[in-house]
Structures are given as structure tokens and as C-alpha cells.
Design a protein around this ligand. Sequence first.
Ligand code: GLN
Length: 204
Amino acid sequence: GSLVGVFALQGDVAEHVRVLTALGARVRPVRSAADLAGLDGLVIPGGESSVMDKLSRLLGVAPAIRQAIGEGLPVYGTCAGMIMLAESIANPIAGQQSFGGLDITVQRNAFGGQVESFETALEVPEVSGDPVHAVFIRAPAVLRAGPDVQVLATVPASRSGNPERPAGDVPVAVRQGRLLATSFHPEVTGDWSFHRYFLEHVIR
Ligand code: GLN
């Protein structure tokens, strides 16, 4: 199987490790630049992007991840991980940076706070023949997607209780070459279709 790193300075690392291992990947937690050596792919989990940003800069791993993305490392980001892959954050917490690479602008917490979390069944024909079970927890929305970005799924923003929500249908799953990102968390649902897609179609 592939050797897949899971960014492990913050977030729901264990959940991703469990899914990837069950799908036959070898998994390595990534906390330093050295941990990136020889990886076939990297997953950036859900959690809190501002903390991921602070820790990864403090511990010096941010430039190495940025470089690996630039060199074509396949990366899958879920929720906070999507924010870390976004070229631009519409509402950063003071000075918050991302790794970038994915030509999107995201709005953090676009669907509201913890109490406005919701679950839905998403049609994602590129990824699965069956609807994908998607859980949104303080999830980001994609406000802008560049011309090279493939939108894999959208949800009506009216699904959100947040008065600051964007209008219309918003992308919540996107791919640009070797970068894959979802606003939601397949690692907590038991629906492994996105992890399988990442291993079989993005890494390979
Ligand atoms: N709102 C969080 C952030 O800005 C993401 C939440 C999540 O990963 N479930 O990073």
C-alpha cells in the first residue's frame, strides 16, 4: 500500500489514521519536515486551522509542507485541512496563514458554529455511485474557485443557520490536480469513499 502521512500537530488525526489503515495504507504521523520524506500522500485533518497554522510555523514544518505541495505531493484536506490548502482565507484570525496550493478562497465557519452542525447526503458522482454521508462542523465554504479547480459537490448555503453565510450553492468538495479538499469530515462518518478516492485516484 501507499505510505500516507497525516499532519499530526492538531486535529482529528486518529480518525484519519484508522480509516487509511483500514484501507490498506501505511500511515505516518507528520510533525516535522523529516517526517515528509518518502511520502506518497498527506492528509490534513479537521480541527482548528489557526492553531495548525501557528504550530506548524512555530515548529518549522510549514515551509517544508508548502514546498512538498509545490512539488506535487498529493494532499487531502478535510475541513480545517481544506482551509490550510486554500490560497486565500476570506476571514482569517489575525495574521492567519495557510499552506496554500489550491486556488480557492474559503470562508471559515461559513455554516455557523458548533450548534449549527449538520449532516447531509451529497451526490458526488466523481467519487462514489452512492450518496456520500457528509458531516459539517464549523465548516468552511468555498467562496471562489479558480479555473483549474474541479467542483465535486455543492450544498445550498441555505442549509446553514449562519446569517453571515454566502448565497446560493457553495462548493464543499474540490479537486485541483493532486490536491483534494472537503468542507466536511468523512473520517468521522464511516463513509470511506473520499479516502478510497484519494488513495486510488489522486495518489495513483
Ligand atoms: N472552523 C475550523 C477552522 O477554522 C474548522 C472546523 C473543523 O475542522 N471541523 O479551522
